[in-house]
Design a protein around this ligand. Structure first.
Ligand code: DAH
Length: 334
């Protein structure tokens, strides 16, 4: 009978040696010290032990129980998490950390960077102008007469009384920058300008009262419509891929003559579509005269494209409002 105890002790000793973590220790506890464990079973045997052996058996069984209990306690302490003993902590220090979530540039900012990159390679420098403009730069110098619908107060965000002399407004297009550049730089010039524009448009899937444009201006001797088309075609290829194409459809703008609407052929889903991207043309001699360039000597082209439109086509975005809702679930895709 006492032999059983000795045997159990040996077995427990062996098992204890194999306990190297908290999990194994718990298994050990269940096997020996649990309510259905070996020690409990040993105590149950006591009934069957002959009377004269009972005291010895009881003592030995108790001694073993105490021994296993204190071995268990010791191991348990050892496995407890302490700053000095992180190996046995319940925190897995080898688990890779959570990287901080990095911010990113807005998809429109990314698009602008891409445009600057493409036109930069073609030798265009960057120009800028103010978002709050006066009537002179937004209309008059661009040859847009007072009765022109583009000047209608209902189609613009005037900041001062539009009936007063040279009122101030949020610029309705980036063409204003053409005037600022030419007034400050002698020809030749080759610039692009990007920025926000404002029109009290319908706020729908394709219109926003705040939007972005990219303006291009190239002035030199002997510039022709062929240069304009080639430049735009190169741009379309660089930006949308080798199969993109451009088409110029006759149109009218007061600051260009001749003028054209620019269409780009690009893939929309699995189809190819012609999409209107903006306006362009040869700089009107009246504009050259206004900025002090000799129209007999200098020629040039200009174009203006909607940046949201470019971005929406490039990324397959179907509603312009998503661009400005600031929903990170949307913005994080780009
Ligand atoms: N500024 C025009 C618009 O917002 C677009 C445009 C047309 C720009 C012809 C140009 C141009 O530079 O030459 O509708």
């Amino acid at each position: 009978m006492l032999q059983d105890i000795t045997q159990l002790e040996h077995e427990a000793d062996r098992d204890l040696e194999l306990v190297t973590d908290a999990n194994a220790l718990e298994q050990f506890r269940i096997k020996y010290l649990g309510t259905k464990g070996q020690i409990k079973a040993l105590m149950a045997q006591l009934k069957q032990v002959p009377k004269d052996q009972k005291p010895a058996f009881g003592q030995a069984a108790n001694a073993l129980r105490q021994k296993l209990q204190s071995a268990y306690n010791a191991k348990k302490n050892q496995f407890a998490a302490t700053p000095d003993n992180p190996r046995h902590s319940t925190i897995d220090v080898t688990e890779p950390g959570l990287p901080p979530r990095l911010g990113r540039t807005h998809v429109i900012t990314q698009t602008i960077a891409g445009l600057i990159e493409v036109f930069g390679r073609m030798g265009f420098e960057i120009a800028t102008g103010p978002e709050v403009e006066d009537e002179y730069h937004n209309f008059i110098a661009l040859n847009i007469p007072p009765q022109h619908p583009a000047r209608d107060p209902l189609d613009n965000f005037y900041l001062t009384d539009p009936t007063q002399e040279n009122p101030v407004l949020l610029r309705s297009m980036t063409s204003t920058i053409q005037i600022r550049v030419m007034k400050n730089t002698p020809p030749p010039v080759r610039v692009i300008a990007t920025g926000r524009c404002y029109r009290p448009d319908e706020h729908d899937a394709t219109h926003s009262s705040m939007f972005h444009q990219i303006e291009g201006l190239y002035v030199d001797r002997g510039v022709s419509m062929a240069d304009l088309k080639t430049t735009l075609l190169q741009f379309a290829h660089a930006y949308f891929g080798p199969e993109a194409d451009v088409k110029l459809v006759p149109s009218y703008f007061p600051f260009t003559e001749p003028s054209a609407e620019l269409y780009m052929k690009m893939q929309v889903g699995d189809r190819w579509e012609w999409i209107e991207m903006g306006g362009c043309g040869m700089v009107d001699p009246a504009v050259f005269e206004e900025v002090g360039y000799d129209p007999e000597e200098w020629t040039g082209f200009a174009f203006g494209l909607g940046i949201e439109r470019l971005a929406m086509r490039k990324y397959g975005i179907t509603d312009i409002r998503w661009l400005f809702d600031n929903d990170l679930r949307f913005l994080r895709q780009f």
